[in-house]
Design a protein around this ligand. Structure first.
Ligand SMILES: NC(=O)c1ccc[n+]([C@@H]2O[C@H](COP(=O)([O-])OP(=O)(O)OC[C@H]3O[C@@H](n4cnc5c(N)ncnc54)[C@H](O)[C@@H]3O)[C@@H](O)[C@H]2O)c1
Length: 327
């Protein structure tokens, strides 16, 4: 689909990372934006950065929304319609997401359901709320952000990763099923599922903020104990470290996740927008995502074995932690 000046795009999770980069690149093209996030300071910063790059007259409206709550998403839709004086949008990016919810067996149930709720229900709510506005456009594109964890439900051996993976598989399956549904009942709307590999964003730190209002350096003792147990189970030699040393280690990992990624948020946004322009429904982001996709397809039965993860890690150009690896 052509992306053009004067169109309207809605982006969830635009206060940081990939969502912010999408907003900046679309604004630079003169696309009007309706942006939402839980992080209002981050959103305000995104708006400022967008307006610096945008042609005069480009509108950027920002809205505090919890994507997991349907009523908030419906209010967001109404607020976008009011702010832009329209009943239609050309582009929707259901992008907001968090990690967490590692173990279904012995993890915290509320955390599990929060992670699943943001990553799956947030996408579902976005589609329910905005589909009529997409359908009102002569041509529109719906983009749902999944992950490589939408086709590989793992961070490697020793680390359970259930809520995030279940949600990202759901996003991928739902979006693939929508292809036929839209062709039959709303052919003016196309859709794509995005599956990024490791992208350099603050998702590790932001996940802690959304789940518990904390960051690694301020984690309460109870959560430090849970993190220590997780690390020990994954084979890290941390049993003898003090609580503050564990906090430092988690903080360091979150920074490395952001700063040592093979693909930046800007590059990810460029790849996603190129996929939209080329009418692609399946958008892998990053060499690591392409490599993992090929490996899982070649040997699906081996995907959860130690040797598979070892081969995957040794093939990687940089050591990879996944997006769900958080404090
Ligand atoms: N960074 C990666 O390596 C990676 C890999 C694969 C997939 N992804 C996916 O890409 C998407 C964007 O992630 P990112 O890496 O840019 O992370 P990010 O943390 O930089 O951005 C995500 C944004 O979503 C917001 N958010 C979280 N929960 C929300 C909620 N309930 N309601 C509204 N906003 C909420 C956060 O505040 C944050 O600003 C996510 O869906 C993530 O799962 C990221």
């Amino acid at each position: 689909m052509q992306i053009q000046q004067g169109q309207i795009a809605v982006i969830t999770g635009a206060g940081s990372g990939i969502g912010r980069a999408l907003a900046q690149q679309l604004a630079a093209q003169g696309v009007h934006l309706g942006l939402c996030d839980l992080d209002t300071a981050g959103l305000a910063q995104t708006r400022e950065q967008c307006l610096e790059k945008a042609p005069a007259g480009t509108r950027v409206s920002i809205h505090r929304v919890d994507v997991a709550v349907e009523d908030e998403m419906l209010d967001f839709r109404d607020a976008v319609a009011r702010a832009h004086g329209t009943d239609r949008i050309a582009l929707l990016f259901n992008n907001a997401g968090i990690g967490g919810g590692g173990s279904f067996v012995d993890g915290d149930r509320a955390e599990w359901e929060r992670t699943f709720g943001v990553c799956w229900q947030g996408v579902y709510n976005g589609c329910r709320a905005f589909l009529p506005m997409l359908m009102a456009s002569p041509a529109a594109f719906l983009v749902n952000v999944s992950s490589v964890n939408g086709f590989w439900a793992s961070l490697g051996p020793g680390v359970p990763h259930t809520a995030y993976s279940a949600a990202k598989f759901a996003v991928k399956g739902f979006t693939e099923a929508l292809i036929t549904d839209l062709r039959l009942s709303a052919p003016q709307v196309r859709c794509a599922v995005v599956m990024p590999g490791h992208i350099g964003t603050g998702i590790s730190i932001n996940t802690g903020r959304v789940l518990s209002g904390t960051e690694p350096l301020t984690l309460p003792a109870e959560r430090v104990a849970q993190a220590r147990a997780r690390l020990v189970r994954a084979g890290a030699p941390v049993a003898a470290l003090s609580d503050d040393q564990i906090r430092q280690l988690l903080h360091q990992r979150a920074l490395e996740f952001r700063d040592k990624a093979p693909t930046s948020a800007d590059e990810a946004a460029r790849i996603i927008l190129a996929g939209v322009r080329e009418d692609r429904w399946r958008i892998l982001v990053g060499e690591d995502a392409h490599r993992l996709d090929a490996m899982v397809r070649a040997e699906p039965e081996q995907a959860y074995e130690d040797a598979f993860a070892a081969a995957w890690r040794s093939a990687a150009t940089t050591p990879r932690q996944s997006d769900g690896d958080r404090a």
